[in-house]
Design a protein around this ligand. Structure first.
Ligand code: ADP
Ligand code: MG
Length: 236
């Protein structure tokens, strides 16, 4: 079992959190959906977010990424309010990738174009990303015709194209078979080895144990448990 989180207690002694939630709450349609979330994410860690359907995991990730604004509390990036510059240092991958109606390579070139790299540097970076995603042989194919696993690897490569400091993943392997899941996990691990901090939602405790350093468990909008992934109960 992970450790119970007493209400409002400061969570996990993280000396210098890269990202933190303080008293974070969210409400919609007259319902409180997240309440009093306190959380610190240390640079370089791989934090797994677990919890039943509807617990508020996706909402929490969207709040941390600044896609929605909290009702109470705040998200802090290096101790300061999350702003546009901080958001550019983050990237997110969803369960269902949304790819452009272009080639595989075209999707990456487009993502890199936003960064204003020189032509040559962008071309080199594109080929590196293709190789890292194992997509070099498919580079000229229309992205939307790839298999689910290939599409997700492309979505990951695109997210990593902008050199994010934090990568958020919302159940990235939920619709993939074990082989495709394994390849996505390898990419996540490789990105982390290069210094990318990982915050990932998963339904699968086995995946959390394989991939995570630490886990939090959300239940009905509250952070219920927190601890190292080794402490995750087998039943989850
Ligand atoms: N924009 C919204 N308006 C109203 N309710 C929402 C909204 N977004 C999510 N919810 C509700 O909030 C709860 C948590 O949703 P979500 O974060 O997607 O859960 P999880 O990802 O843990 O399955 C669910 O009950 C969902 O129906
Ligand atoms: Mg969700």
């Amino acid at each position: 079992m992970l450790e119970r989180c007493p209400p409002s207690a400061p969570k996990a002694a993280v000396a210098e959190p890269l990202l933190a939630a303080r008293g974070l709450g969210y409400a919609a349609g007259g319902r409180v959906l997240l309440q009093d979330i306190g959380l610190g994410v240390a640079p370089g860690e791989r934090l797994m977010v677990l919890g039943p359907n509807g617990a508020g995991k996706s909402l929490l990730l969207r709040l941390l990424h600044g896609l929605i604004a909290p009702a109470t509390g705040a998200v802090l990036w290096r101790g300061r309010a999350l702003d546009a510059a901080a958001r550019r240092a983050q990237a997110m991958v969803f369960q269902q990738p949304v790819l452009l109606r272009r080639s595989v390579r075209g999707n990456l070139r487009f993502a890199l174009g936003v960064r204003g790299l020189g032509r040559r540097a962008a071309a080199e970076r594109t080929e590196t990303l293709l190789a890292e995603a194992g997509l070099t042989a498919l580079a000229s194919q229309p992205a939307r015709r790839l298999s689910g696993g290939e599409q997700q690897r492309l979505a990951l490569a695109r997210a990593l194209a902008t050199d994010p400091e934090v990568l958020f993943l919302d159940e990235p392997t939920a619709s993939l078979d074990p082989t495709a899941t394994h390849r996505v996990e390898e990419m996540v691990r490789a990105a982390n080895t290069r210094g990318v901090t990982i915050v990932m939602i998963t339904h699968d405790a086995g995946q959390a144990r394989r991939l995570g350093t630490r886990a939090v468990f959300l239940d009905r909008g509250r952070l219920a448990e927190e601890g190292p992934v080794a402490a995750l109960a087998r039943r989850r």
